[in-house]
Write a protein that binds this ligand. Sequence first.
Ligand code: HGY
Ligand code: MN
Ligand code: MN
Length: 411
Amino acid sequence: MRNLKIDGDRLWASLMELAEIGATEKGGVCRLALTDLDRAGRDLFVRWCEEAGCTVSVDGVGNVFARRPGKDAALPPVMAGSHLDSQPTGGKFDGAYGVLAGLEAVRTLNDFGIETDAPVEIVAWTNEEGSRFSPPMMGSGAFAGVFGADEVLARPDNVTGALLGDELSRIGYDGEAPVGGREIGAYFEAHIEQGPILENEGRTIGVVTGAQGQRWYEVTVTGQEAHAGPTPMTLRKDALVAAARMIDAVNRLGHDFPPEACATVGFVESSPNSRNTIPGRVFFTVDLRHPDNTTLAAMDRRLRNDFAGIAEAAGCTADVVDFWEYPATAFDEACVSAVRDAADQGGLLWRDIVSGAGHDAVYIARIAPAAMIFIPCEGGISHNEIENATREDCAAGAQVLIQAMLDRAMG
Ligand code: HGY
Ligand code: MN
Ligand code: MN
C-alpha cells in the first residue's frame, strides 16, 4: 500500500473546476451555504462521487456522504471530508480542498483496484463557515449531537431571516438519512493552514494535534437616537461611539494575551444608519480564540468588564449574549500518529501544529477518532479571494491523507 500514488493533476483539475462555481473577479469564490451556488457545488461533488462508484446519501441537515464499500460492510467507515460552502469573499481551497482530497483518495483506490477492509466515506458537511447561518460547523455539529437537527433547521439567515430548513429543501438537499447516530472508524480532514507557520518554516505538512477554543458573542449597545444638530455633545447617548470604543477594546484584548490570543469583530449593524441622527442602537459580534481554556475564560471576563465600563461612561447599556463556544480540542493520538507516519513515508517536511481555525473535525472528534492534515497557503491568507495553495502541496496533502486513511481502513 506504500506506493499508492494519488494523481495530483486530477485533484488540481477538480479543484479548479469546482472553483468556477461562485467564482469571483478577484479569483476567489462566494458559495454561501444553501444558496444556488452551494447547490451547484454539491451537485458537481455528487456527480463525481457517483462516477467514482460511490453510493451517495444525504442526511436531514444536508450533509452529503459518498460511500465506497469495503470487504466488511459491518465495519465503521473511515471518513474524509470537509465543507463546500465558503465565506462571502472566500478562496478556492478552504473546505473544497478537504472534500476533493477525499475524492482523490477514492479515485486512487479505484485506480489501483484496492478493496479496503472498512468502507470509505467522503463527506461534505453543511454550513461549516457559519457566515450566512450562524453558528459555524452546524452540519458536523448536528451529526455529532452538539446541535439538535430541528435547532439547525430553524436557524435564520443572518441578513434575510430565511430559515436554514427552508433553504435546504429549496435546493433539494433536505435528505432522508438520519443525522448522526452511527459509528465512524476514523475521520481525517485535509485543509489549508489558513495561517503563516508552515510557509514561514518551509514545511509541507502540518500534523494537526488539535484546535484552539472559540467564544462567539452577540452584543447590542443601546443609547438614544437624537438630532445630530441641536443635541449638545455632553448630552448624547451615542451607541455607535460606545460600540467603536468596545471594538477597539476587543482588539486590545487580543494583543494583551500574546502570542496566541485572537479577538475579532466581524459583523456590525448600526441603526437607524441615518447621517443626521445620533445612532441609538448598534449590534455587533465578537470572536475570541485561544488554545488554552483558562486564558480564554480570562479573556471573557476582561471583555465583560471593559464593555460594562465603556457603556456606563457613554450613558449607554451593553447587552452581551454568549452565542456559541467550544473548548480547545485535542485530536486522537492514533490518528495523529497515522498522519505523522504518512508524512514521514512521503519524505515530507512536517511539524505538529494547533489549528487557529475551527473545522468540522473539531466536532467529529467528540464522537470518533479524528485528525487533520494541513498544507501551506500563500502568505497564510484565507477567508480572502486571493487565498492560494500550490498544486504540489495539494498533492502532498492528499498523499498523506490516503496513507493515513489506509492505515485505519486496512485490518
Ligand atoms: O471560523 C472558523 O474558524 C472557520 O473558518 N469556520
Ligand atoms: Mn474551512
Ligand atoms: Mn473557513
